[in-house]
Design a protein around this ligand. Sequence first.
Ligand code: SAM
Length: 344
Amino acid sequence: MTNDASWTPPDTEPPATGSLLDTFGRIADDLRVSVTDRCNFRCTYCMPAEGLAWLPKSDILTFEEITRVVGVFVSLGVRSIKLTGGEPTVRADLPVLVRMLRGAHPDLEMSMTTNGLLLDRLAGPLAEAGLDRVTVSCDSLMRHRFEQMTRRDALDRVLAGMRAAEKAGLTPIKINCVVIGGTNDDEAVEFAEFVRETGYEVRFIEYMPLDAEQAWERAKVVPNADLLQQIDAVHPLVPVGHGADPATSYRFADGAPGAIGVISSVTEPFCDTCNRLRLTAEGDFRSCLFSLEEVDLRGPLRAGATDPELAALIRRGVWRKWSGHRINHPDFVRPERSMSMIGG
Ligand code: SAM
């Protein structure tokens, strides 16, 4: 698959029916839906300590608008959605949205990625409303380091949030762990031991150039292959593969519970199997985390566009999806928005 800087988006029209196809033959069937740009953490690799200029409420899609747009995506073949943000649990009445989406789409796979801080009280209501499972972000199992990375002394509450999610049946519990060289790259084996005890799956994510403060540097990217090697030396691993899932997963050779996943966006990009789309909190649609273009869906939606008209905009946006991000190319250009504004 080409990843050539001279590539320009096609001037042809996408097929008017069938799956959401791009010109490289990939089918998009997974949608990340950001429900807010706000967050109650200030992770150093994502957001400045003082936060960002939050979107005004009127710019953010209402629950009715989100449900309508998700419905259009589902009619185009999207089979799974992940609620995200910002921090999705800071959006007021989130279980109401989950109930609306579940009511409209009984078979849709619906998960959420969260920092876990509010899960102790929200896990039950979210599960009852129809959420299937959660991924909880947790970058360190050491209290002081967790606080250093998130700027919040909240490790105990996050761990309690994971337990609450497990109790509510939001399983399998996955943990997202962003690894940064010189900060938390010595905890791989501790995380492996944690998932062997709990049965959770930890997914190590390579640090990406999507931090608002633009402090990312390649030297701080820790190749996931190194982490796997460290774990394998102590607890031998067996690969279990991955389909369209960005994480390659491993189980423990001795049959212990738990799993290890790696999302190696920088050192081993998986763009050629990417099936993902993204909807920002204010209704912009992106076909790649690193896209430099977006399709405004909120404008047409509020101007009275019909579902087929929205569907045509989405089809066209997917058709223009590029072959892959260009982090590893000298001509890489960061998107204007950082991770929390896109919806990670
Ligand atoms: N607040 C929610 C959470 O913590 O999962 C959802 C949004 S957050 C932006 C989604 C994921 O993106 C988190 O796991 C976070 O650690 C990750 N993330 C944020 N900035 C990143 C970066 N620069 N590189 C890699 N991952 C990043």
